[in-house]
Design a protein around this ligand. Structure first.
Ligand code: S3P
Length: 173
């Protein structure tokens, strides 16, 4: 049977967390976040996992999380880290919703945030903006290929995105 979860994917800083919080307000979904799960599993921040254990280890934790999601989670809104989409079983976890926006707009969104410094600091892969742009260029076609639903979030509020997502998900299932 098809899984009833919604999975939010998209680049770092595109607003997956904000949109997830808004969806929870306007629906009966309960939300979980793959980075939060990993932080709880490891009892340390993602930044520390990268620093102390390396990216490869972090990716293996994402894989563990993906297997658990497939096996045990239903009716849930799952927001993911920007690289989580690479897990092999993503399609088996639920309906995949891509939050899409150009790199420059994502960067502006982060830089305009009152907590911009902290937002940049907690994301190891955003420390070098040139490398981050390259990563964005590599990933965007892969995101688009996997997505069941694409929502352009540029200049839209979390509430507008939520309305669009819930409408499109309803049509899709
Ligand atoms: C990553 C994105 C981060 C976090 C980790 C790696 C990535 O999550 O999972 O730093 O590979 O894009 P956000 O997308 O919430 O920033």
């Amino acid at each position: 049977m098809k899984k009833t979860n919604i999975i939010l994917i998209g680049f770092m800083g595109v607003g997956k967390g904000s949109v997830a919080r808004e969806i929870v307000k306007h629906s009966s979904y309960i939300a979980i976040d793959t980075d939060d799960l990993i932080e709880s599993m490891e009892n340390k921040k993602i930044k520390k996992v990268f620093e102390e254990d390396g990216e490869e280890y972090f990716r293996s934790l994402e894989k563990d999380v993906s297997l658990w999601l497939e096996k045990s989670v239903e009716n849930t809104l799952i927001s993911t880290g920007g690289g989580f989409y690479k897990v092999e079983n993503l399609k088996k976890i639920g309906t995949i919703v891509l939050l899409d926006s150009p790199f420059e707009n994502i960067l502006k969104r982060i830089q305009d945030h009152p907590n911009a410094k902290a937002k940049l600091k907690k994301r190891p892969l955003l420390s070098d903006l040139k490398a981050a742009k390259k990563l964005y260029k590599e990933r965007r076609p892969e995101y688009l290929k996997l997505a069941d639903i694409v929502v352009d979030v540029t200049d839209k509020s979390a509430e507008e995105c939520t309305k669009e997502i819930l409408k499109k998900v309803k049509k899709h299932v």
